[in-house]
Ligand binder design. Structure first.
Ligand code: CMC
Length: 428
């Protein structure tokens, strides 16, 4: 008997089944043969939230949640954060290898030459209400962008994919900046291709024709590193949406609009916004113990704490703490930092959090940094989306190139009524 198999005994029938094991998984479809009666559908697995289900084979990102390891295409996140830059990491995630010098220069040139958005889109952004949430504007804009390019039906074609990748990575900061400027009633700044990716974003957000305007290089570098830290995180909620929508061969703008919508939720990318609201609500470090007590009673969750995968520490949170120091040197400390540090201190030593392996995640400190840099709270998730864009695109491209992938179509356990006859209205 092969040792790389699993033997399952169905105690209902006494029958035994041998199921192959590959890469520490069993194919779910192998369970379908397990039946009591020939007419039965066969066994399935039940896994709400996909806590133990692999939906794809991927070569993009590796996470060891127990050891706190995060690798992009094999490279440790710490090395990339320190030595690379966001556009290079984007290339690495999407195309699988670090670019040569020439490729990197061409990639950067190409991205910088896809930063202008169609004027129709700029006008559509103007049609949003003055107080529209910029994340909703981003989600809407991605969807609108799918109307501009006629070749999208052919998204299995690699040249078509490559073009959309450039457009999306190039244009997203412009959309984000225009959404922000719309919100505060200021004229749009058009992209400046002489600046780095992050510096160009800061320029489009802030520039008001001051003669001595310069993007602060420390803040641009910090933003670039934050983008790297957010660039991919394997099969999280929004990436699963990107793949699910992409699996129907919908265009990448529509798929990414869905992915961004998933990111918007407070349990996912919306958590950085929720962390800030929570810290403001706590108000003072002395209120931390009573707040933590309420969390333990189950009244609400501690935002920015806990992770489905990391059960030791989130390596991104460690790098972020260092960036915070650099940023606060420029901006002055953020008063919310004291509350955050007190909260971390209490939670890390409290049995409730230790037992459940709840540690600060990437969103715990990113919001405080964004706020110190002057971003309004509702831009936080937009920044997360900009960072995550290469990851979504890499996963979408990998999906389309994977011959084993099919349209996503989960099963369900039906617990509703048996067949019954329609009751006319006057007899109910
Ligand atoms: N505060 C208090 N208790 C918590 C928290 C928290 N933040 N997170 C989990 N728990 C408790 C939960 O109540 C449960 O306790 P019990 O076993 O007594 O019922 C236990 O820990 C396990 O929780 P879970 O809901 O089964 O864990 P999960 O893996 O499904 O959820 C999570 C992961 C990130 C959604 C969750 O930890 C959470 O809601 N955190 C707060 C929101 C947040 O910071 N999200 C950002 C995640 S990182 C960036 C991203 O993915 O976008």
């Amino acid at each position: 008997m092969s040792t790389n198999t699993l033997t399952i005994v169905d105690n209902r029938t006494g029958k035994s089944y041998e199921v192959p094991i590959e890469h520490e998984t069993i194919p779910a479809i192998a369970l379908r043969q397990i039946k009591v009666n020939p007419d039965d559908f066969g066994l399935m697995t039940y896994d709400p939230g996909y806590g133990n289900t692999a939906s794809c084979k991927s070569s993009i990102t590796y996470i060891d949640g127990d050891k706190g390891i995060l690798l992009y295409r094999g490279y440790p996140i710490e090395q990339l954060a320190e030595q690379s830059n966001f556009l290079e990491v984007a290339y690495l995630l999407i195309y699988g290898e670090l670019p040569t010098k020439e490729r990197r220069a061409k990639w950067e040139y190409d991205v910088h030459h896809h930063t202008f958005i169609h004027e129709n889109l700029a006008r559509m952004l103007e049609a949003f209400r003055y107080d529209a949430h910029p994340m909703s504007m981003l989600i809407g804009s991605l969807s609108i962008m799918s109307t501009f390019y006629s070749e999208l039906k052919d998204c299995r074609n690699q040249a078509v994919q490559d073009k959309q990748i450039l457009r999306i990575i190039g244009k997203l900061p412009t959309v984000a900046a225009f959404a922000y400027r719309h919100r505060i009633g200021r004229p749009y700044n058009y992209p400046n291709s002489t600046l780095t990716y992050a510096a160009n974003l800061l320029y489009m957000l802030d520039y008001m024709h001051q003669s001595d305007y310069e993007v602060n290089p420390v803040l641009a570098k910090a933003l670039d590193v934050l983008f790297i830290l957010h660039a991919d995180h394997e099969q999280n909620c929004s990436t699963a949406v990107m793949r699910n929508i992409g699996s129907s061969l919908a265009d990448p703008y529509s798929a990414m609009s869905g992915a961004a919508a998933a990111l918007f939720g407070p349990l996912h990318g919306g958590a950085n916004e929720a962390v800030l609201k929570m810290l403001k609500e706590i108000g003072d470090a002395k209120n931390v113990p009573s707040y933590v007590e309420r969390v333990k009673k189950g009244e609400f969750r501690l935002m920015g704490f806990g992770h489905r995968v990391y059960k030791n520490y989130d390596p991104r949170a460690r790098i972020i703490k260092k960036i915070a120091d650099d940023v606060f040197e420029v901006t002055g400390s953020n008063p919310l930092l004291d509350i955050a540090l007190a909260l971390e201190e209490v939670a890390l030593h409290d049995e409730y959090f230790v037992e459940r392996k709840l540690y600060p995640n990437v969103d715990f400190y990113s919001g405080i940094i964004y706020q110190a840099m002057g971003f309004p709270v509702d831009m936080f998730t937009v920044l997360f989306a900009l960072g995550r864009a290469p990851g979504w695109l890499a996963q979408w491209r990998e999906l389309l190139m994977d011959p084993e992938q099919r349209i996503a179509r989960p099963r369900q356990v039906y617990l509703g009524s048996d067949k019954r006859d329609y009751v006319p209205l006057d007899q109910r």
